[in-house]
Design a protein around this ligand. Structure first.
Ligand code: GTP
Ligand code: MG
Length: 137
């Protein structure tokens, strides 16, 4: 079955939303395949966010992701990549649709990075690359 990497970012964990977020994904019908709580390292995040290196939000993003523990999960199911991104909503939580994770729980906190609660892989290639980073064999 298709798999995706889901992260509950430090804002989601610190606000006590990890369980509610995972419950939405499980409720949609996707199967939890891996799960852990960890504080990332800079090295891990540089691999994970390699495609964004050099962009203005890159350093604030890495710093934010280092600011506290994250929940890393693998979910699986038919079209789970597309399905999770639909559940997550638009990148900017201010404009993310109500009913989505970002639209229901997120907003702009006036900082240099979008604190938008979750990450989800954006393609099968990204998913397998990211799962190997967060869940090495
Ligand atoms: P992810 O599921 O987290 O990958 O979100 P995404 O696919 O909707 O966004 P993308 O991969 O383009 O960017 C990764 C993360 O960088 C986002 O989730 C935001 O936290 C942050 N980010 C992306 N674009 C911007 C931006 O234009 N400004 C700021 N401040 N942060 C951004
Ligand atoms: Mg992305």
């Amino acid at each position: 079955a298709e798999r995706t990497l889901v992260l509950v970012k430090p804002d989601g964990v610190s606000r006590g939303l990890a369980g509610a977020i995972l419950a939405r994904v499980e409720g949609k019908g996707y199967q939890l395949a891996e799960l852990k709580l960890l504080t990332a390292t800079r090295e891990l995040l540089e691999q994970h966010y390699a495609e964004h290196e050099g962009k203005p939000f890159y350093e604030p993003l890495v710093e934010f992701m280092l600011s506290g523990p994250v929940v890393a999960a693998v979910f699986q199911g038919e079209r789970v990549i597309e399905g999770f991104r639909s559940l997550a909503g638009a990148t900017d939580p201010t404009s993310a649709a109500p009913g989505t994770i970002r639209g229901d729980f997120g907003r702009d906190w006036g900082l240099k990075v979008q604190q938008n609660l979750v990450h989800g892989s954006d393609s099968p290639e990204s998913a397998e690359r990211e799962i190997a980073i967060w869940f090495p064999a």
